[in-house]
Design a protein around this ligand. Structure first.
Ligand code: NCD
Ligand code: ZN
Length: 351
């Protein structure tokens, strides 16, 4: 095998991941543990993970779902509500395994109904986060039903995020799963301490993928896929190697029946092939040389974490993604179900 057919990367981190709880948790954690050393786990359970005590208990449940020999480490984020106490921030800082707090505008996405309706009501909490160095992870969409769904991210930048970055000039902020040219421009031009995660689906697909031959519920996530112009802006930015952008899959598993429904819920499951999908995207951009930094350096550096020891290898060889994976008593339809992916993780056997 020639060198160009094998990619050796420092073991990466996934800085935006949903793993759910219970049997669903047990079904999905091994996929991430096979690829990543660490992942930042999103707190949108029902009820949400709001306190250090809840995050610690959830972290232990995730650890217990790892394969026996795994050294995968979950990192945690607290779900901000109007009841979050500034003292909780202090506790979170001392905990060590909690990287920050997640801001869900109420109603913006799956399990966000306990989220925030007025960010100004959180000033005392944000002040404490700024002092302690905890990071604010932001779901950046306005929720006004009058605003076109494709404009909600851009509108959020103007109405909420830009003023916030100025009012809290030292708060560390990650604009999660950015999807638009406007978001790329904002992040690249922002003050120090502002960065963003980018998912594989927003690099690989535009909104046409929602309607190819019919409605495609498994391509529906939030923020929703955007135009080709937006996708190209995301691609150009990651291909530039900017340290402002890093890997966060937003892998968000839902039971097949909840997706294939008259009102299908938002979330794309990509953990089964997360790195392989990014490799495809970077390869198509002629930017494979920047994949390692995107996946294993920029996020760790932003969060002030040591880069991981150890490596993983991706082999350039096709495999066909299963139509379904088990998901507790249900089943899960992964991204690219029944279709081919051009890269394979060397250490994992695929049927
Ligand atoms: C996520 C989920 O299902 O928890 N869904 C999604 O479409 N990305 C929530 C989120 O990150 O917005
Ligand atoms: Zn998410």
């Amino acid at each position: 095998m020639t060198a160009s057919e094998v990619l050796t990367l420092r073991r990466p981190d996934d800085f935006h991941l949903h793993v759910r709880d219970g049997q669903a948790l047990a079904a999905v954690v091994p996929f991430t543990a096979a690829r990543f050393a660490r992942a930042l786990i999103m707190p949108n359970l029902r009820p949400p993970v709001r306190t250090v005590a809840e995050a610690s208990a959830y972290r232990e449940r995730i650890r217990a779902a790892r394969p026996a020999d795994s050294r995968f480490e979950p990192l945690m984020s607290l779900y901000l509500t109007h009841h979050t106490a500034p003292e909780e921030i202090e506790l979170a800082r001392r905990h060590g395994g909690i990287l920050g707090c997640k801001l869900y505008p109420a109603g913006a996405t799956t399990h966000s109904d306990a989220g925030v309706t007025d960010i100004r009501a959180l000033d005392a909490v944000l002040e404490r986060m700024q002092e302690t160095g905890l990071t604010l992870q932001v779901h950046g969409e306005v929720t006004d039903p009058q605003v076109d769904v494709f404009d909600r991210e851009a509108r959020f930048i103007d109405q909420v995020l830009a003023p916030l970055t100025e009012r809290f000039a030292h708060l560390r902020i990650v604009f999660e799963h950015i999807t638009t040219r406007a978001a790329v421009q904002f992040v690249l031009g922002a003050r120090a301490g502002v960065a963003a995660t980018v998912t594989p689906q927003h690099l690989l697909m535009n909104r046409n993928a929602l309607f190819t031959g019919g409605i495609r519920p498994h391509h529906y996530c939030l923020p929703v896929l955007k135009s080709e112009v937006d996708r190209e802006a995301l691609c150009a930015a990651v291909a530039s190697g900017t340290p402002r952008l890093f890997l966060g899959t937003d892998s968000a598993p839902h039971a097949r029946t909840a997706k294939e429904s008259a009102c299908g819920c938002a979330g794309i499951f990509s953990a089964h092939a997360a790195l392989e999908l990014y490799a495809e995207a970077f390869e198509a951009l002629g930017a494979l040389a920047h994949l390692e930094a995107f996946a294993a350096h920029h996020g760790a550096d932003f969060y002030g974490l040591a880069r991981n020891e150890g490596h993983i290898r991706l082999v350039k060889s096709h495999w066909t993604v299963p139509e379904r994976y088990p998901f507790g008593t249900e089943e899960l339809v992964p991204l690219r179900a029944g279709e081919r992916i051009g890269w394979r993780l060397e250490t994992v056997a695929h049927a």
